[in-house]
Design a protein around this ligand. Structure first.
Ligand SMILES: C[S@@+](CC[C@H](N)C(=O)[O-])C[C@H]1O[C@@H](n2cnc3c(N)ncnc32)[C@H](O)[C@@H]1O
Length: 211
C-alpha cells in the first residue's frame, strides 16, 4: 500500500490516486486474484450471449477474460490496466483473436482515446478500486460505451475480506445499481454464478444497458 510518506517512490498506480500500488503487487507476485483462467461466469455468460463488436475490459490483469472474449466473434477485445507488469504479462500470452492490451488509468479517462465500445466486461476491477472512486468508474464506463452498449459485470458482493480497508471491497447489488443508475438500466441480475474455488456464493452477475 502506498502512503503519503513513501509517495516519492510512487508507481503510476499511486500517481493516479487509486490507493494501491498495483505494479508493486505484480512485481512481488502478491496477486491472489490471479487464477490463471477467465472467470467461469464470464465464460458461461458469453456462451449464451455472444457479444458483438468491440469489448473493453478495465483492470484486465493478465488478460484471461480478454482472451476468452476474443475467442468469440468480436471485432476487438481491449484490456486496460494501470500496472505495467500486468500488461506485459497479458501480452506474453499467444493471441487467440483480435485482442490488445493498453497501459492506462481507467478512472482518469485513459480509455477515452480508444473510441466507443459495444460492451464492457467487469471482473474484479470495481471491487479493487477504493469505494471513493466508484463514481469515476461509473462515469468512465458510461463514456466508453455507445448508447445501447452492455456492461456485463461479475461483482464481488461479499468478499468476506478480513482487512476492510484494503481491496477487495464489497460491492452489494443495491450499491452497484446506485452508482450506475444515471446512465444505465439493469437488464439482468443472476446469483449465484459459477466461479473459482473459494469464491462460491460471494458474487453475482449483473448486466446493465447504457441509455
Ligand atoms: C484485483 S486485480 C484483478 C485483475 C483481473 N481482472 C483478474 O481478475 O485477474 C485488479 C486489477 O485492476 C487494475 N487496476 C486498478 N486500478 C486501475 C485503474 N484505475 N485503471 C486500470 N486498471 C486498474 C490493477 O492493476 C489490477 O490488475
Amino acid at each position: 500500500m502506498n502512503t503519503p510518506e513513501n509517495s516519492n517512490t510512487a508507481s503510476p498506480s499511486d500517481r493516479a490516486g487509486v490507493g494501491v500500488d498495483w505494479e508493486a503487487r505484480y512485481r512481488a507476485g502478491d496477486t491472489p486474484w490471479e487464477k490463471g483462467a477467465p472467470h467461469p461466469a464470464v465464460v458461461a455468460w458469453l456462451r449464451q450471449n455472444p457479444l458483438p463488436g468491440r469489448v473493453l475490459v478495465p483492470g484486465c490483469g493478465a488478460g484471461h477474460d480478454v482472451r476468452e472474449i476474443s475467442r468469440h466473434p468480436v471485432s476487438e477485445a481491449v484490456g486496460v490496466d494501470i500496472a505495467h507488469s500486468a500488461i506485459t504479462r497479458a501480452r506474453s500470452y499467444p493471441a487467440v483473436g483480435r485482442e490488445i492490451y493498453v497501459l492506462g488509468d481507467f478512472l482518469t479517462g485513459d480509455a477515452r482515446g480508444l473510441g466507443k465500445f459495444d460492451a464492457l466486461v467487469e471482473h474484479t476491477c470495481f471491487c479493487a478500486i477504493y469505494p471513493t472512486r466508484r463514481a469515476d468508474y461509473a462515469r468512465e464506463a458510461a463514456e466508453a460505451l455507445r448508447s445501447g452498449g452492455l456492461l456485463v459485470g461479475v461483482f464481488y458482493g461479499n468478499p468476506d475480506n478480513p482487512e476492510p480497508d484494503s481491496p477487495p471491497f464489497e460491492s452489494p447489488a443495491e450499491v452497484v445499481k446506485e452508482f450506475f443508475a444515471r446512465d444505465f438500466e439493469v437488464i439482468e441480475e443472476t446469483a449465484p454464478v459459477p466461479t473459482y474455488p473459494g469464491r462460491e456464493g460471494r458474487e453475482y452477475l449483473m448486466v446493465l444497458r447504457r441509455r
